[in-house]
Design a protein. Structure first.
Lengths: 115, 370
């Protein structure tokens, strides 16, 4: 009969991520916070860059722009494609150094594979 | 267009759809943020799996570690590998991106929460298809189903927008592989049918957002397709999703371990990514119920992660880290149970199983003819 010993797996409850809130992976938790900060700053920066590009496209095309369009519209397909390329390049450039030691900084983006 | 349909269109799809099927986020800024997260996941997590794996295995070789995936050795691997700063960084990034993603996604849809919930209600009595769930909210949901799987805010059962969160969450989690429902179409193709070709009724266990239920109906247009989930929010959202696809499916809130169907009722049953979300004792009950409601000769397709017998210690380490980081509390025990063994213990004959294709071809189990 297939048997699973729950006691033998108790160690999995001690893994950092098992803590539902504020898990800590480093001995110095400031590093955890800094990684979260730089990722969030990157995301927020990207949102601003996206909005600026959309604003420029709207002004170039129409000479004017409405807040409604900026809030709920979308850049053209062409601009979205360009922004995607810029975004991916930005992520590689800014964050790729996290994995330089293991030669992962040049890895190409790919769709998820399941473990 | 009926008033109810207009309500759904306005509430969910006023900014159109993303990748063919997903309701757009509320603002362009919300969308740009999630696009950053999706690309960051692809580049900083998925694209790093091979280098991280090779590096980890190198560290284990240098430490002269056994490759045995037993719990004691896996625990030792965790102790070793999680001293390394690059590996800590990888898992920290994974968790941070997941937390940021959920915060942004739930924040975006919550801006129009009441209109979305009104749309769900408007859609309930509309076809095609049917929906039934506990509207009183008083029917208790089993404890195991109330955990925040994938650290999704509110979990699957206690957050009214859980189906919508899950759907978009899967899109980003898989980095585009689920876009246009192409993954679900593949799943429907992989769902085995009886040798005699008679497919009158199909059951989808644990429908989540309903994409596989829809795909099953699209593949088996003449069959009655039923989908159940323990979560009312999931089936409510799946019903809307099915309407959008024009799929005449029957969705019910129901625990898979206590099915309200007659014996020998279905010709084929699918369980896609269900079992690793269940405690092993519940998994045994689900298998017993699947056996009961499947007719002799019927086939039960289980698409889920491979078990421990096909893994080495690094694979177990990765799975158990992912289980903690990604809110999968039942995954470690699931992997170690080798669900194909549970199927055989439950009376099924295992027709086919290749661990290399566990997720896309799965275990196919047959209910014996006598």
């Amino acid at each position: 009969m297939a048997k699973v010993d729950d006691d033998a797996l108790a160690y999995t409850e001690e893994l950092p991520g098992a803590k539902p809130n504020d898990p800590i992976y480093f001995e110095n938790e400031v590093i955890d916070h800094l990684i979260g900060i730089v990722l969030e700053l990157g995301a927020q920066f990207w949102v601003t860059r996206d909005r600026l590009a959309f604003l420029e496209e709207q002004l170039a095309a129409n000479g004017t722009v409405s807040l409604e369009d900026l809030e709920h519209g979308r850049p053209s397909d062409e601009l979205q494609k360009k922004l995607q390329e810029e975004r991916q390049e930005m992520i590689r450039k800014v964050y790729g150094r996290l994995y330089q030691r293991i030669g992962g900084d040049g890895a190409e983006a790919k769709a998820a594979i399941m473990s | 267009m009926s008033a109810e349909q207009a309500t759904v269109e306005e509430a969910l799809y006023s900014r159109g759809k993303v990748a063919g099927v997903y309701p757009s986020l509320t603002t362009r800024s919300d969308e740009a943020y999630i696009e950053f997260i999706e690309d960051a996941r692809n580049l900083l997590l998925h694209a790093q799996q091979r280098p991280i794996g090779q590096y980890s295995e190198q560290l284990m070789r240098e430490a002269d570690m056994s490759m045995d995936p037993d719990p004691e050795n896996t625990s030792a691997a965790i102790d070793l590998l999680m001293q390394d700063p690059t590996l800590k960084t990888y898992y920290r990034v994974k968790r941070s991106l997941q937390e940021s993603f959920w915060s942004a996604l739930s924040g975006s849809f919550n801006k129009r929460r009441e209109t979305i919930l009104a749309a769900f209600e408007a859609a309930e009595n509309q076809g095609p298809g049917t929906l039934a769930y506990d509207k009183s909210g008083e029917q208790p949901v089993q404890d195991y189903a109330t955990r925040e799987i994938h650290i999704q805010p509110g979990g699957y059962a206690n957050e009214a927008l859980a189906g919508l969160y899950y759907d978009y969450g899967l899109k980003v989690f898989l980095g585009g592989a689920a876009d246009f429902d192409r993954l679900s179409k593949g799943v429907a193709m992989a769902t085995a049918v009886p040798e005699d070709g008679k497919v009158e009724r199909i059951l989808d266990l644990g429908v989540s957002a309903g994409a596989t239920t829809i795909a099953l109906k699209q593949k088996h247009a003449d069959a009655e397709v039923w989908g159940i989930d323990i979560s009312a929010p999931m089936v409510r959202y799946a019903h809307v999703r099915a309407q959008q696809a024009g799929a005449d499916v029957h969705l019910r809130q129901m625990p898979a371990e206590d099915l309200d169907f007659d014996d020998n009722h279905f010709d084929a049953i699918l369980a896609m990514l269900l079992f690793h979300e269940l405690p092993v004792p519940v998994a045994r009950e689900v298998i017993a119920e699947a056996f009961r409601v499947l007719r002799p000769g019927g086939k039960f397709t289980v698409l889920d992660f491979p078990g421990v017998r096909s893994r080495g210690v690094y694979s177990m380490f990765f799975a158990e880290m992912d289980a903690a980081d990604n809110g999968e509390p039942y995954l470690p025990a699931y992997v170690r149970s080798n669900v194909e063994d549970l199927l055989v213990e439950g009376g099924f004959e295992l027709e086919s199983y290749d661990p290399a294709t566990a997720l896309m071809r799965g275990r196919v189990a047959v209910k014996p003819l006598d």
